[in-house]
Write a protein of this length. Structure first.
Lengths: 110, 110
DNA sequence: TGCGTGTATACTTATATCAGCATACACACA
DNA sequence: TGTGTGTATGCTGATATAAGTATACACGCA
């Protein structure tokens, strides 16, 4: 890391991770998982997305290492892999909030 | 932030930011900007990408708030907007490194 | 072993994204 | 005002991604 120049191969991997987070549906799933582990069915209910969709998005989040899965009988329970994911989201959210506030100030003071 | 449920509108905005980081070329540009401000031409040289490409990617990074721009005569100088971007990249890189090391260990010890 | 329920995947269509080329635009300077 | 250089943008074809439907697969249980 540090200041070393990163190879394009590594950057491609990094880009893939960001791409995995670059979808509203997947972020919804991650948000729903904030509260704790959830089965696919529960996530379908939580998000209102179709089952196939949820399953596909979860698969991608899983191969990207953002969630872990565990079979429980007939169900598969998904869970946030670690807290880094939320750190990433919160960093971006923080930036957004700052921008929104700045913009609001502009509008109010016009 | 905290644990409040985020609206899908906000999540869409967040997703757009992540999407902006979800491209190898754009990450290359951000990496090149680590060293300091750069003109478009310099970034073309640094990255080997086409000029139109570089310009478009920079435009996206700019509207996403990751870089700032400043005209300098005939040139436009781009610069990292803040250190958060690097924090984001480094978080993901850290995760990757950990995985790669784990995988390498598997290969070596097979 | 057969059935029902939960999850994953194949296939399709619609949409988005990317790179390259050509060209328009912005600016400095003769 | 015209010319050259740096930057941005419109257009195009190729590729990737997303969602829906149908269906396959996995598991528990009668």
């Amino acid at each position: 890391m540090s200041n070393a120049r990163l190879s394009t191969e590594l950057l491609t991997l990094v880009a893939d991770r960001f791409k995995a987070l670059g979808d509203c549906g997947r972020l919804q799933l991650l948000q729903a998982l904030r509260a704790g582990p959830r089965t696919v069915t529960e996530l379908v209910d939580d998000t209102g997305m179709g089952q196939a969709n949820v399953s596909r998005h979860l698969a991608l989040l899983h191969t990207s290492g953002f969630v872990s899965r565990e079979r429980d009988g007939l169900f598969v329970r998904y869970e946030l892999a670690d807290k880094d994911v939320l750190k990433l989201c919160d960093l971006v959210c923080g930036r957004l909030e700052a921008e929104v506030n700045a913009r609001r100030k502009l509008v109010v003071n016009r």
